[in-house]
Design a protein around this ligand. Structure first.
Ligand SMILES: [Zn+2]
Length: 257
């Protein structure tokens, strides 16, 4: 007997691809469940309500079941929020899709990560309403910083990464995106001359983003030079990870060129 369990949850659609003549396979990021791959039966049929609903960037309420062998199937779906990339600029659609790519890359199958789900949905909602390209980029940077924080990749920039003592940001010896050390620990750091350090002001910025909402962080205004630095800092973090840098980030770079 093939035992089935049912779920009725909010899901962000990450990817969708064809599976056979009539069906589609979708990668969903679901509240309380995590990332899963599910079959949407009959989704390629033009009269199927799945056709437009299960599109990347949309947030849907899905009714689905999982067989005892671990296969997921979506049986019903209603749209909670539709993104519709065709109604937005290429730049905006690309940023949205790159966010999905990042979520896909950073999440393990069926590993619950509700904070990441919340940040993703909030960011996409904001993205849909912004039209200023600079603000869109800023939103994308905030999203990445928050994602890194949720994944535990971003150090707490208020405590020494080595001895965990609280440090005065105005008196730090050295820092980079991976560690920040107090005077005592820095003396023992063999790599202290090799690290790529950034202006101390950025520590305050990162702390601010970590502690505040996306909405509040969006109000900070940065000049072109500072924006470049923030991008460089984020890239440093990406380069230190075991999961690879999304290809879409390269595509974004070429759009900006
Ligand atoms: Zn220390």
């Amino acid at each position: 007997m093939n035992q089935q369990r049912y779920w009725n949850e909010s899901a962000l659609v990450l990817k969708r691809y064809s599976a056979g003549e009539k069906d589609r396979q979708v990668i969903l990021f679901i509240k309380g469940v995590g990332k899963i791959s599910a079959k949407a039966r009959g989704a390629k049929n033009l009269t199927s309500p799945f056709v437009s609903r299960l599109s990347p960037l949309n947030v849907c309420r899905v009714l689905m079941y999982r067989t005892s062998s671990g296969h997921w199937t979506v049986t019903q779906c209603e749209t909670i929020r539709e993104f519709a990339p065709e109604t937005h600029s290429t730049q905006k659609a690309m940023l949205g899709l790159t966010m999905l790519d990042i979520i896909d890359r950073c999440s393990e199958p069926e590993h619950v990560n509700d904070p990441l789900y919340e940040v993703a949905v909030e960011t996409l909602e904001k993205l849909a309403s912004i039209n200023d390209e600079g603000k869109m980029e800023q939103l994308f940077n905030i999203f990445q910083v928050k994602t890194f924080e949720i994944l535990g990749i971003l150090p707490s920039f208020s405590h020494c990464t080595r001895c965990h003592k609280k440090i005065d940001l105005d008196k730090i010896s050295g820092w980079d995106m991976l560690q920040i050390t107090c005077h005592e620990c820095e003396k023992l750091n063999p790599k202290r001359h090799a690290r790529e350090t950034f202006d101390k002001e950025y520590l305050k910025l990162l702390n601010y983003i970590q502690r505040n909402t996306t909405e509040a962080s969006l109000k900070i205004s940065l000049n072109k030079e500072q924006e470049k630095d923030v991008k460089r800092m984020i890239k440093t973090l990406w380069n230190a990870q075991t999961f690879s840098l999304p290809k879409s980030l390269d595509v974004l770079e070429s759009l900006r060129a």
